[in-house]
Design a protein around this ligand. Sequence first.
Ligand code: NAG
Ligand code: NAG
Ligand code: NAG
Length: 304
Amino acid sequence: MGLYSKTSLLILLSILIAFPPFILSQSQKPCGISVYWGRNSEEGTLRDACRARYYKYVNIAFLMNFGNGQTPVLNLTDHCSTCTELLRSGIQLCQNVGVQVFLSLGGSFGNYTLSSRQNARLVAYYLYHSFLGGNDPSFVRPFGNISLNGIDFDIENPGSNLYWDDLARALSRFSKPRRKVYLSAVPRCSYPDHNLGAAIRTGLFDYVAVKFYNNPQCEYTWGDASRVLASWNVWSSSLPTNSQLLLGSIAFPATGYMFPSQIVYEILPEIMSSPNYGGVMVWDWYYDSLWSHSKSMYQHVCQS
Ligand SMILES: *[C@@H]1O[C@H](CO)[C@@H](O)[C@H](O)[C@H]1NC(C)=O
Ligand SMILES: *[C@@H]1O[C@H](CO)[C@@H](O)[C@H](O)[C@H]1NC(C)=O
Ligand SMILES: *[C@@H]1O[C@H](CO)[C@@H](O)[C@H](O)[C@H]1NC(C)=O
């Protein structure tokens, strides 16, 4: 081997060491922190959440009642849910600073169920024309003429676990090349999720944020990350390839609580190399702003 080829081999090697291929591809993938807004009247406006600059995704919570012919109810706790212009301009600010905004369906208090495939398609039609790119004038648009980026499925206690996959399919059919309808799901960490398993298996979800709290079988207990990591590995290896996986964390001391430093030093180094790693989800903005959860970790969440 001549001097010339040895030199080029060394150059190639040093390039590979400096920029391993997996980091190159990783950096092009979506990654960031996602947060929930709307569950506490003391938390400030949506603008405040997006101006905090830690987030890549904000979920407006919740569309609490829907399906089976019910009149949909948007419940933003004591935030004004009929202040269209305020909400519209807040969402616009978020999108202008690069934050994707989702409407979150469900939650733990609502009354929601899908009664058939046809009902799932009707709910998708309602969502598309009320919150996304649709313009059927027979629907009121609570956020005015702004179009959200997508829909988040937080299906915790539905009347039935059926037809959520049909809802995902019907929503994704509204995607346009120039305006994609993003889909996000927040299952519990015990795999598979009873309510969302079939929907996630469609492969249509861009983001799957697994909740590692309020789930003793797979959550963090002081100093012991093993259950979280074991569950993460199951999710990571079973997820359809085009879904990004996020670590769902809670920002106040509850079961499964992880300090930001524990997330950064004990969990992230173990999960960031998963091919579908997509960041961290935080419940919720109110506690996050009080306890500086995202502030303490956002610089470590995505490989640069
Ligand atoms: C929930 O909605 C169903 C209609 O889908 C209705 O029959 C039922 O009374 C509601 N339950 C509550 C607790 O509001
Ligand atoms: C909104 O949801 C909260 C629970 O988070 C509930 O206490 C409240 O009654 C709901 N408001 C309406 C108008 O349904
Ligand atoms: C959307 O509505 C706002 C006021 O609510 C208006 O200023 C703006 O021009 C509208 N944009 C479009 C594209 O219709």
